[in-house]
Design a protein around this ligand. Structure first.
Ligand code: TRP
Length: 362
């Protein structure tokens, strides 16, 4: 069995650096390495609706934003299938069947869902669709027989749930679905990039994001006001690295090459950190360095995005063709699923024969 890569994002806003280091950067590398049988990237609009049911316009507007971010970052529709979740009805069908194989109490134990329920103040009023989205996500993964899911660590509980459901399906019915593995970012700092305020994760609702489509000016404003070490008051004071957002970002983004190009006084990040901890190195210098690195990374994306924005119908075309291609794959899996579940009534000549015999004997 070959390698099938699949991953997706909720289209609730433009993509930011957290998405980029957490997953998008890896996807582009994977895509270009070509070491897979098939690669799917999709917009999880159905999942986004589970907690935005009253605001479908937000999702609708962000479909193109996210598509532009994908393409600008280097995803190539010739090499990977880009699609929209809601356009694959087979996903809803598989979700329905998987729901029979998981209990309410199992879903209640999902730590990511627990955190999200708190963040959204859903405690007393959890929409059923939201509560069940891990099942829908398992269907996303299983329908395409994905083996490999590049995602951040917050998605690990979803993958665990998916593996359980796949095993349960295969042992209850027949060996049709495939157990996936998560592919976590290799860089520790990328596992969960904090927001520019140093708090929690980068997230749109907290207003602490640097977007892939931000202008160079926007980026500098945001980097300049980044949270550092609050006790590092004078340049000569020793500085703390831990919890210092500028250094967390440098861990995620900077390479030895960046020093050669932007800051040859230091050979690598370790040397820079040593100086900062010793004292005598100001925050502003570090922020300027980080700003240079981020902008060097984002500039080619800005240029590409601008080109892509000139032909939006072409973007819709890519998404439609991708959705059609994904649907073909999904339809084949559903044929196997229905057969395994013994609900393929009209494609089973044996069943017709057996039922005929049964009633003839009467
Ligand atoms: N839950 C993911 C997120 O919030 C989006 C997602 C939906 C996903 N289905 C998926 C990711 C399947 C990987 C595989 O970003």
């Amino acid at each position: 069995m070959g390698k099938i890569i699949l991953t997706g994002d909720r289209p609730t806003g433009k993509l930011h650096l957290g998405h980029y280091v957490g997953s998008l950067r890896r996807r582009v590398q994977l895509q270009n390495a070509g070491d897979f049988d098939r690669m799917f990237v999709f917009m999880a609009d159905v999942q986004a609706l589970t907690d935005n049911a009253d605001n479908p316009e937000k999702i609708r507007q962000n479909i193109v934003e996210v598509a532009l971010d994908y393409l600008a970052a280097g995803l190539d529709p010739e090499k990977c299938t880009i699609f929209i979740q809601s356009q694959i009805p087979e996903l809803s069908e598989l979700t329905t069947y998987l729901m029979n194989l998981v209990t309410v109490s199992r879903l209640q134990r999902n730590p990511t869902v627990k955190t999200e329920i708190k963040m959204r103040n859903f405690e007393a009023n959890i929409p059923v669709g939201f509560f069940c989205y891990p099942v829908s996500q398992a269907a996303d993964i299983a329908l395409f027989k994905s083996t490999t899911v590049p995602a951040g660590e917050d998605q690990e509980p979803m993958l665990e749930q998916t593996r359980e459901l796949v095993r349960r399906f295969n042992s209850t019915y027949d060996n049709v679905l495939v157990e996936p593995e998560i592919m976590l970012p290799t860089n520790q700092a990328s596992l969960r990039l904090p927001g520019t305020d140093g708090k929690a994760k980068m997230s749109k609702s907290l207003g602490n994001c640097i977007y892939l489509s931000d202008s160079a000016d926007d980026v500098w404003q945001k980097v300049r006001s980044m949270y550092t070490d609050p006790d590092h008051l004078r340049v000569d004071d020793p500085g703390k690295i831990e919890g210092n957002t500028v250094f967390t970002y440098l861990d995620a983004f900077c390479t030895d090459d960046d020093f050669a190009q932007f800051w040859p006084d230091y050979a690598n990040l370790d040397e820079l950190k040593q100086h900062y901890m010793r004292g005598g190195l100001g925050d502003m210098k570090c922020k300027k360095f980080l700003n240079g690195i981020i902008n060097r990374m984002l500039e080619p994306m800005r240029v590409r995005r601008h080109e892509l924005e000139q032909d939006i119908p072409a973007i819709f075309d890519i998404l439609q063709r991708g959705s059609e291609a994904a649907r073909e794959v999904g339809a084949r899996t559903m044929d196997e699923v229905r057969k395994a579940m013994r609900i393929d009534y009209f494609h089973d000549s044996q069943l017709i024969q057996q039922q005929s015999d049964k009633y003839r004997q009467k």
